[in-house]
Design a protein around this ligand. Sequence first.
Ligand SMILES: Cc1ncc(COP(=O)(O)O)c(C=O)c1O
Length: 360
Amino acid sequence: MADPKACFFDVNQYSHSDGYVKDCIESGYAGRVGYYVDSCTSFISKMYKADCVMVANGTLALELALRTVDVRCGDVVIVPNVSFVATVNAVLSVGAIPAFMANRMDDVFPDIESLHYLLSRHKPKAIIVANLYGCPTPELGKIRAICDNLGIALIEDCAQSFGSFYEDKTPVGCYGDISTFSFFSNKTIACGQGGALVFKNPLLYTKALSISNHGRSKNDFDSYGTNYSFNNISAALLWGNLENMYTILDYRNNIYDEYLFQIRRMNVKVIPFKIEHNFAKWMLPLKLTEANPNKVVSRMTEMGFACRLGMQFLPLLPHIKDTRCTYKGERPDHILLPIHTGLKKSDIIEITNRLKMEIQ
Ligand SMILES: Cc1ncc(COP(=O)(O)O)c(C=O)c1O
């Protein structure tokens, strides 16, 4: 097994999936159809009490969501200015124009005032929010109400928050007309490459299902579609992890808590600052109060620790030009520490000791 201190990827998380993968190979069910695709679909569907479509990855899940709510070339889609680049690339892939909400001071989440500002200037077809680091976007209820009033579709990008719950046990992703997920190798629950969508409205589900399968309806291939399919081999890996989901999340919790204990006297702040729900731990986002995050990340990486810079500041990426964005805000300087489920207490002590040296 790879050294968990050096590894961001974590796909066989205490599961029986090796046997399931073998089963796919032996049965010949390796493509879009199969027992494991069905099992993952119905697991997520039950968890969200909503229809679910599985797809090849979280980026295509977002793209499919946008197509499903009829976002077309030239439409404006409001997005957060801090997220992983896929959030905005999906918008560009359907030919739409991103307009960026500003992030809150020292925070990765949008400032709702900037949403009002954008709405006073544009008529967006959709709003995407990204529930980063397992945490739901604050004020989602208000954003939902705005969308209802103005007839705008709300898409929740939950790529980093599968397994997070609100205190009333509702899973994070319950506000969006469509919520999307990623099961990429570094995610809370992972399988290599995989994605999913859940739907508030059964009509949107039927439409997405058809688009994701070449435009197939009950009768024939009678509308636009393409191939967004998940596959049974990845699903076998995912199913093994879904069966053990709560054990995996417990491991992550314990690792996170150990980190919090070890960094308690260090010059760092954990973001998001305010946590009001039971969130799935997805890496440890740390704001360094004094040290330069770029330098710290490269030093930590040189030393063999899987450490990264936090999410991108999207409006300033080179390929995003000529958009109607507000450039307010900046990349919140933060770094991410590894949260591989194989990490032991001694590993965490080693990582945080090194970090302490690097930020002094
Ligand atoms: C916020 C966010 N959105 C979308 C994605 C895209 O998911 P995938 O890598 O499965 O395409 C990611 C993946 O890291 C992500 O973090």
